[in-house]
Design a protein around this ligand. Sequence first.
Ligand code: NAP
Length: 256
Amino acid sequence: MDRWRGRVALVTGASVGIGASVVEKLVEHGMTVVGCARNVAKIEANAEKLKKCAGKLVPVKCDLRREEEILAMFELIKKEYGGVDVCINNAGCAVSPDSILSGSTDSWRTQLEVNVLALCICSRESVKQMREKNADDGQIVNLSSMSGHRIPPFKGGTTHFYSSTKFAVNAITEATRRELRELKTHIRVAMICPGLVRTEFQGRLLGDMAKGEELYASQEQILEADDIASLVVTILQTPPHVQIHDILVRPTAQVY
Ligand SMILES: NC(=O)c1ccc[n+]([C@@H]2O[C@H](COP(=O)([O-])OP(=O)(O)OC[C@H]3O[C@@H](n4cnc5c(N)ncnc54)[C@H](OP(=O)(O)O)[C@@H]3O)[C@@H](O)[C@H]2O)c1
């Protein structure tokens, strides 16, 4: 990770879960990490905890459903830190009711805005800044899901639209890779597709954090946010000529 020391990463969805773990790892490795989310107080508390690390965490409040807030954040990154070298498109949500035949348009719209549109906006703006600063080894990492590879086997379509947004992320990742090659840059894009990870994700989906915890407790095994953060480090650590495209990762005991 030596070549990333002192360089600039953006991590979306940095307030809790996988994003908070990724931030911690990158700050420990000496990166300047801009972490964004709506609940900026949680990121500020983490920044305080990470104060003694080699790098630093810069909290930014940003609602990813609002393009003007995303663009203002990129302006700030350019002005204060010279632009991003690494973009971790981590923020994501599943919102119920989510099935195709009885879901609500509002829940679909929120997921489309956060999981797909914001990810594309952040990738576009990141590559623009990487090219401006000649960061030809820049890296984008998209957090997709096992649900971007198969429709989850639960009855009632509880995550059907969510799953559809993650299928879109998989297509966007490959499309981004091809566009980067057309531009003759060596900027890389990778994605990580996890199975079940213990975070706030299920609690938010179910509208009840205790129910989310119950679901996690009912599993024989579950991934931790730190397992996924380690995979982000693995992607960043590979030599510049090695392009990891997709990491599919489940708890060993997870069947589907
Ligand atoms: N946990 C799993 O089992 C699992 C499995 C496969 C894939 N994933 C994917 O992994 C990624 C991280 O999920 P997680 O499990 O860490 O979920 P989480 O604990 O629910 O955290 C979600 C993060 O996204 C942020 N976010 C949501 N809506 C936002 C918005 N409108 N604007 C800005 N930030 C927003 C949240 O911050 P605020 O609420 O503070 O804004 C939070 O930091 C997601 O893309 C998810 O789809 C998770």
